[in-house]
Design a protein around this ligand. Structure first.
Ligand code: NAP
Length: 334
């Protein structure tokens, strides 16, 4: 019997927030693997803010998804057929599987994972790409020193929640900026941040003055826009700003809002550096080992926000832009 593969393909380049009509939900027969290929049944998909950027035309750090192509997504799944020597039926793997139920991919693009060590969705969050982003962005670009003040925005999300916890492990004072009381309560009372600022109900500039009396040594920016501008007003001398993302601008229909307070970099001899996680790919294994150790020791907590049903993909993706996820947003395929 022919197996059927349901997929989301990009139908149109969105203007502003993506709409249902920007997608095509299609079905086609599952393609059996050729030489060196592996057929994977997708179990969980990673939903990432970056997906919004991949839907746009134009040059970025990675090629855009073509119109009619299966939407790009990282995922974990189970091998159901293999013609690659390193993989056999039943292996659990991570790869760029796409928003589809089955993926036929080159074996060399897959990495084995082990649900005996951590539940599979964790390999999409804390032990996956967002966790690696937090680890390398903070430690290699932010270079926090014990006793310094680290501020992170998007603090209750996949990257931000890990940034704050690693900064605590490294002996820093950590202030998180997040939207709403529940998220602020979570990062302080569950994750051990020193303070939280609710940007939806508080004056961020004023709150930063209160919580960072000696200024900000490292600002890890996930959101850009007004919050980046507010952080710039509070820098300590030699501060490092890590430009990880700017989610507040991803659906903008007019020009991206840039920082106006950038002269603070000059006054404070500070730096602002962009980072792309893929540049550290050859060191992921070492970082994962260290992070897994922190998880096992209870020093690092992980949280996944799991929604079930591949057919909900267009609406579930929007949770990221509406701030409806707490922790790593994951789509359970069935
Ligand atoms: P996430 O934080 O788990 O989810 C996105 C969160 O962004 C939402 O929950 C929401 O939280 C916040 N948000 C949405 N709209 C906002 C707005 N207008 N203003 C302020 N906050 C807003 O997502 P993630 O996967 O961890 O990604 C976080 C950032 O890292 C993104 O900018 C992403 O593009 C970036 N990233 C970069 C790399 C890299 O290599 N450079 C790799 C991975 C991710 P609130 O409820 O708190 O608003």
């Amino acid at each position: 019997m022919t197996q059927i593969n349901h997929q989301f393909r990009l139908a149109a380049r969105p203007v502003g927030m993506p709409k249902r009509t920007d997608w095509k939900y299609v079905e086609e027969p599952v393609r059996q693997p050729g030489d060196n290929e592996v057929l994977v049944k997708t179990l969980y998909l990673s939903l990432d803010p970056a997906m919004r950027g991949w839907m746009n035309e134009g040059k970025s750090y990675i090629a855009p998804v073509e119109i009619d192509a299966v939407m790009r997504a990282g995922g974990v799944g189970k091998v159901i057929a293999s013609r690659h020597p390193d993989f056999k039926e039943g292996d659990e793997v991570y790869g760029t599987l796409g928003v589809q139920e089955f993926a036929t991919v080159q074996g060399k693009t897959l990495t084995k994972v082990d649900s005996g060590l951590a539940p599979l969705p964790v390999y999409l969050g804390t032990l996956g790409m967002p966790g690696m982003t937090a680890y390398f962005g903070l430690l290699e670009v932010g270079k926090p020193q014990p006793g310094q003040t680290v501020v992170v925005s998007g603090a209750a999300g996949a990257v931000g929640s890990v940034v704050g916890q690693i900064a605590r492990i490294k002996g820093c004072r950590v202030v998180g900026i997040a939207g709403g009381e529940q998220k602020c309560d979570y990062i302080v009372n569950q994750l051990g941040f020193d303070a939280a600022i609710d940007y939806k109900s508080q004056d961020v500039k004023k709150a930063l003055r209160e919580h960072c009396p000696n200024g900000i040594d490292v600002y890890f920016d996930n959101v850009g826009g007004d919050i980046l501008d507010a952080a710039l007003t509070r820098l300590a001398r030699n501060a490092r700003i890590v430009i990880c993302g700017a989610i507040s601008q991803y659906n903008a229909t007019s020009a991206v809002k840039g920082p106006s307070n950038y002269m603070s970099l000059l006054v404070n001899r500070a730096s602002m550096t962009g980072m792309v996680v893929f540049d550290y790919a050859d060191r992921y294994a070492d970082a994962m080992r260290e992070m897994a150790g922190w998880l096992a020791a209870g020093k690092l907590k992980t949280r996944e926000d799991i929604v079930t049903g591949i057919e909900t993909f267009p609406e579930t993706l929007l949770k990221l832009f509406k701030g409806e996820n707490l922790g790593k947003l994951v789509l359970k395929v069935a």
